[in-house]
Design a protein around this ligand. Structure first.
Ligand code: CU
Length: 132
């Protein structure tokens, strides 16, 4: 009987840990020129409304880039009864990464472009998210 209780306790702990793992941020990892870019979105899957993003940029040597101007552009092409929607958000440096908020006004597929401007060089990362 004691063993059953113990087993159930362990099982519960494992399930809780799995739950935490599934509730992880939505992550995108991509290269932009020499940069390795990691984007984390606090809603997984991304959702209608405010989605907080954290963007980490590493240079070819693996050092965090903290002197870039970072912009987030997100758009949805026109669909029946809806003109194309284009939005822009500035990302602000906080610690080693940049933070921005994407306010998605409707569900469906959004194209996201992260622009990294450093000196006279601009690099881009593109991906799309399916807002729920
Ligand atoms: Cu739409």
């Amino acid at each position: 009987m004691k063993d059953v209780k113990k087993f159930l306790m362990i099982l519960t702990a494992v399930l809780l840990l799995c739950g935490v793992a599934y509730a992880k941020d939505y992550e995108v990892k991509k290269k932009a020129g020499d940069y390795n870019v990691e984007v984390k979105i606090d809603k997984n899957p991304p959702a209608v409304g405010k989605n907080n993003m954290e963007i980490e940029i590493e240079d070819a040597a693996g050092k965090y880039v903290t002197d870039a101007k970072v912009l987030v552009e997100y758009s949805m092409p026109a669909m029946s009864g809806m003109p194309a929607m284009n939005y822009k958000a500035d990302a602000a440096l906080k610690g080693e990464g940049y933070k921005a908020t994407m306010d998605l006004s409707m569900s469906g597929s959004w194209n996201v472009t992260i622009k990294i401007i450093r000196g006279d060089k601009a690099s881009k990362v593109k991906f799309s998210v399916d807002a729920q």
